[in-house]
Design a protein around this ligand. Sequence first.
Ligand code: PMP
Length: 284
Amino acid sequence: STVYLNGEFMPMDEARISPMDRGFLFGDGIYEVIPSYDGKLVGFGPHIERMNQGMDLIGINFGYSEADWRQVCEALIEKNGAGNLGIYLHVSRGTDSRRHHAYPENVEPTVYAFAFEIPAAPVADREKVKPYKVSSTEDLRWQRCNIKSTALLGNVMHFQQGHAAGHNEIILFNANNEMTEGSACNAYIVKDGVVITPPLDNQILPGITRLMLLDILRKDGSIKVEERIVTMDEVRNADEIWLTSSSKEIAPVTELDGKPVGTGEVGPVWEKAQTLYTAQKYNY
Ligand code: PMP
């Protein structure tokens, strides 16, 4: 496939970065994944805004405008044949001549972007969607999960835990038995028709799918939404559990730790929410 590296497009197997790149040595960088379907990007503006906030938080001064990023994304879509593509964007602090923890001065950030195939967006149909089966475990990542850092070992280890047990994802909870998020997604419960998701803080990533979904639900008004602490007892007694991310949109969960969620079937509130999301996702 064709990728983008530091201002140029090239075949992926010709792209080269230094082994002294701080992204490689320290995971010192920020990334994004923006979904696109038939060439149309979903949530482009909010994704770029989050990336800029992440770079601010870790002190990477980098000046691509939204228009610059859009050009990169659109070129990657065009060069890689549109379809269902995730666009991965990555800015690392750059390449230093030595391995030294302090942020080096006067290094150019390394900018890398590529396109990869993602599943078709879910059809908002309870009979047709493939539900997720997940496990749960204590969240052992760091305390800055609001930063979309390329240092993903904590997330990778948790995902693998679920994967090794035959599950599609893993729901994480903190030392107070409160749900945080999934290893690569945000998490929600539905109880008595109300959608409830943990508030934004340092324990979770501010998901763009979450941002859009909550906005869509609030504007529609027919489903009540709450952002508040969710205990694992509530999760285990929920009518529905959902996970969201850019590549999966809203995924219904029908099994948690080997037990059925609610009736064990995909729920009606999910179907309504995914229907609204499908209709409005290109408006952001
Ligand atoms: N939380 C984590 C830990 C993630 O890695 C992701 C993205 N894969 C999300 C939440 C969802 O974010 P978004 O909706 O922006 O994809």
